[in-house]
Design a protein around this ligand. Structure first.
Ligand SMILES: [Zn+2]
Ligand SMILES: [Zn+2]
Length: 375
């Protein structure tokens, strides 16, 4: 007998392959060799082999045993029992994983296909927080209506004293398979069973509290922790806190979307804070000290140097917003000097400014000038 190919060889990956590499390789091969899409006689055998390899290599513990002891270390752990697992996970493989499960349930050991309960919906909660709460982080109690598991029937949807029964239309498989011969070969069309909606079971006498849905609406309150540095439009995801699915279907997620109120003096861009400090011509020219408001605590005194030009930026390092993923690091506070030109002057101020202009040899409009020209 020829030397058996290793599981790594079967999937065409290195021994150092990551979980993601293995998954990717398996998907590719499964699409190529699945008997429903490949009519070559060896397809069944090839598919069984790559599935067996995948069942072992995708499980860290089994993979370790296989690396140490070879097939002997994992005998019985391979594809034969694989019908209960969904090798594609939940994401992004839809129809094909249905076909896959169906194939395995049917061909590998007469095991029943795992009928699929419908998942509950994700929920979105809009949460308003203050500017400071976003910068510093906070905890909020939120309350919202949600479809939760029905207590009287414990989510089954069946009246007390009765239980859900196997669906008569699909014999509990949750799906209807239609095989058609076409010019391109055999096509298998798998759809969810319309009678049980893919769940494999039906309820003859429905629970009165939930009308057979297995879920009822209630108010739930939750404490949500908002990390420091969160920004407008960010969402905090709370897994499994969404609606439960009908008849004990898995729950969705709750997304808490954060909306941040404006600050009276500060603006923010990511981790950077900006403060526009209005100073007068005299202050810009002669220098001064100003108070810069902080998100937390007392304002900080900042020196404006003599001769500061409009738009000059003074950076206060580390006085900005914490990085969301690296809380020890913070952005900076940028103080922008905005020089305000006075639009109204007292008589005295006007005289002094005219003197100032005269001293600089400048021509200015104004009362003094009109006097000089004899108007
Ligand atoms: Zn059915
Ligand atoms: Zn109920």
């Amino acid at each position: 007998m020829a030397q058996e190919r290793s599981f790594y060889e079967l999937l065409g990956v290195e021994r150092t392959a990551t979980d993601a590499d293995i998954k990717r390789a398996f998907r590719k091969l499964a699409q190529q060799w699945h008997p429903d899409v490949n009519s070559e006689p060896e397809a069944h055998q090839r598919f069984t082999e790559i599935n067996e390899a995948y069942q072992v290599l995708s499980d860290p513990q089994k993979r370790q045993q296989y690396d140490m002891f070879g097939r002997a270390g994992v005998s019985g752990a391979g594809g034969a029992g694989g019908g209960a697992q969904d090798p594609f996970g939940q994401a992004g493989f839809g129809g094909f994983s249905d076909i896959f499960d169906a194939f395995f349930g049917g061909a590998m050991g007469g095991q029943q296909r795992r009928a699929r309960a419908q998942a509950g919906s994700d929920l979105r909660y809009d949460l308003r927080i203050t500017f400071a709460e976003a910068v510093l982080g906070t905890e909020k109690e939120i309350e919202f209506p949600v479809l939760g598991r029905c207590d009287p029937c414990q989510g089954t949807g069946a009246k007390q004293g009765s239980t859900p029964v196997q669906c008569a239309q699909c014999q509990g498989r949750g799906e209807i398979r239609q095989v058609r011969q076409t010019m391109l070969g055999q096509m298998v069309n798998v759809t969810a069973c319309p009678r049980c909606r893919g769940e494999g079971r039906t309820v003859d006498s429905p629970c009165e509290a939930c009308r057979g849905e297995g879920r009822t609406e209630r108010n739930r309150s939750l404490r949500v922790s908002i990390p420091a540095g969160i920004d407008e439009g960010h969402q905090v995801r709370l897994t499994n806190e969404g609606e439960v699915g009908p008849r004990n279907g898995p729950p969705g997620s709750l997304y808490v979307a954060v909306h941040i109120a404006e600050h009276p003096h500060l603006t923010r861009e990511g981790t950077e804070l900006y403060y526009e400090a209005e100073i007068s011509i005299a202050q810009a020219t002669l220098g001064t000290k100003i108070a810069v408001p902080m998100v937390e605590g007392e304002p900080i005194e900042v020196e404006i140097k003599p001769g500061t030009q409009p738009g000059t930026e003074i950076k206060l390092r580390g006085k900005g917003v914490p990085h969301l993923r690296r809380q020890s690091a913070r952005g900076d506070m940028h103080v922008i000097a905005t020089v305000v030109v006075p639009s109204k002057l007292s008589k005295k101020q006007r005289e002094l400014l005219e003197q100032f202009a005269h001293e600089s040899g400048e021509t200015v409009s104004g009362a003094g000038l009109r006097e000089k020209l004899g108007l």
